[in-house]
Write a protein that binds this ligand. Structure first.
Ligand SMILES: Cc1cc2nc3c(=O)[nH]c(=O)nc-3n(C[C@H](O)[C@H](O)[C@H](O)COP(=O)(O)O)c2cc1C
Length: 464
């Protein structure tokens, strides 16, 4: 089996997350970028010109004043992607929806709508929501513990995928002379009764030409990996080293075989941020200057979010990373890995913030250096693609115009879209409607049985 080419996604994050707390001061970033639909559409068009596979919209539903700037004032993913769909033709549109704070019927319907609006380019980033405060915005007292959130996520995905099977492709006659508008035999109820949801269906919207939106999942605890193994088409991660990325891919792929899935059905996308200069030295100078101009208190607040709300504001920035204790079960896996990493490096709190070594892969260098590093991860199987944070416009410009052409030249990235759908461009199969599939299986079994009994009785069948 020949390997798919490298895939690229662009995370559109407006005025910036915590890792670039000074981004909003960049004169090339509109001050209202995170709520400016023209900003999103222009970024998406640029990504499409560079033949990116998708734009990716992260999301959450809880803030305090200390949250990253982009979180404070941003558009809702499906609403904004519907607008992006109207001015783009090929690029995929991946929206984040939390299973913990949504009803699967609504999720299925909204994503199916985006999928039809975009002619088969929608995708779903499934998240379980990390911020316990979110409960207070949804009339709930309880956020649910880690296990419960994943159980709910698993059931939600089953219901959503079940609802996406409601209509067979030819359920509607689409012929004014036909006896009926709809063939009722090709519309299916779900009748789901589970621990968290009770949903009869059917869904009131048909499938798109990609069958159903691909699923993305990013949690890396045992439960997160199991969810990915069972359902994800893409695994988004914050792997910072190739070893970390390879371990994740090996483990999820091994788990996937237990669900009768082929290993290559799941694609792995580490997140990456880049700082690009004409030379490696210039890029490093830019990175240093940005760190000096950054708001340390906001970076500490973001670190706090990563470490279970721990307050870092009173620590000596030039002392080694403090030993802290976990209070809740939010992001269990990363809490321990990151704490161990922070302490093992012997770096000070300030150095940890500057290197951003607790966030995700950061590459600083010339376009050649960036292309080398990306190619190296891809060739070693540590990444099938990368999900690039779109931060400073200068880096975005360099990436599209200097890094991407090098990846094309090296033969590892496309110079034209292969198909019109997100699934097609990612090289993922279009799933057949389950009812059509089941009927085919029954028919096949019947004819096999008939052939066997004919052989036994000496009846050759056919014309005689
Ligand atoms: C790369 C990555 C991206 C994520 N994006 C979001 C997001 O956009 N919104 C959100 O609410 N949670 C997001 N999460 C949180 C996860 O959905 C999950 O709740 C969290 O990682 C805890 O699960 P775990 O213990 O399995 O890692 C993200 C996590 C990772 C690792």
């Amino acid at each position: 089996m020949t390997r798919q080419k490298l895939k690229l996604g662009a995370i559109l994050i407006g005025v910036g997350d915590a890792s670039v707390s000074e981004l909003w001061r960049d004169p090339a970033v509109p001050l209202d970028a995170s709520v400016d639909i023209n900003w999103y559409t222009s970024q998406a068009r640029e990504a499409e010109e560079a033949k990116f596979d998708f734009v990716f919209i992260v999301d959450s539903q809880y803030i305090t004043q200390n949250f990253p700037h982009h979180h404070l004032n941003r558009l809702e993913p499906l609403t904004l992607l519907s607008a992006v769909a109207m001015v783009t033709n090929r690029i995929g549109l991946i929206a984040t929806i939390s299973t913990n704070y949504s009803e699967p019927f609504e999720t299925a319907r909204r994503l199916a709508s985006l999928d039809l609006i975009s002619s088969g380019r929608a995708g779903w980033n499934i998240v379980t929501s990390q911020d316990p405060g979110t409960a207070s915005n949804f009339s709930r007292i309880n956020h649910g513990n880690h296990d419960q959130r994943y159980q709910r996520a698993t059931e939600a995905v089953q219901v959503v995928q079940g609802l996406w099977q409601s209509y067979e492709n030819d359920a509607f006659a689409r012929d004014r002379t036909a006896p009926h508008f709809l063939d009722p035999a090709k519309l299916h109820r779900l009748d789901h009764q589970g621990k968290f949801f009770s949903v009869t269906g059917p869904l009131n919207i048909q499938r798109s030409q990609q069958g159903q939106p691909p699923l993305v999942q990013a949690g890396t605890s045992a439960q997160g990996r199991e969810l990915s193994a069972q359902y994800s088409d893409l695994v988004f991660s914050f792997a910072r080293t190739q070893e970390e990325a390879l371990e994740l891919a090996r483990d999820v792929r091994a788990r996937a075989t237990r669900y009768d899935r082929h290993q290559n059905e799941i694609l792995f996308f580490p997140a990456v941020s880049v700082t690009i200069g004409d030379t490696d030295e210039e890029a490093q100078r830019i990175a240093n200057a940005r760190f000096s101009a950054s708001d340390i208190q906001r970076q500490l607040a973001s670190l706090s979010r990563q470490f279970d709300g721990h307050d870092f504001s009173n620590y000596d920035l030039d002392a080694t990373f403090p030993l802290i204790e976990r209070k809740s079960d939010a992001g269990i896996e990363r809490f321990h890995i990151e704490l161990a990493e922070a302490r093992d490096t012997g770096k000070t709190l300030r150095e940890i913030l500057q290197a951003q070594c607790l966030s995700w892969l950061q590459i600083t260098g010339s376009p050649e250096t960036i292309a080398d590093e990306i190619a190296n991860w891809y060739v070693n199987g540590a990444a099938d693609g990368f999900n690039l944070f779109v931060h400073h416009p200068s880096d975005w410009f360099y990436f599209r115009n200097r890094v991407v052409p090098q990846l094309v030249e090296r033969g590892i990235f496309r110079n034209e879209y292969e198909t019109k759908t997100l699934r097609g461009n990612l090289g993922l199969k279009i799933p057949e409607n389950i009812y059509v599939h089941n009927r085919k299986v029954v028919k096949m079994r019947r004819s096999k049985k008939l052939r066997t009994s004919n052989r036994r009785t000496g009846n050759q069948g056919g014309l005689s």
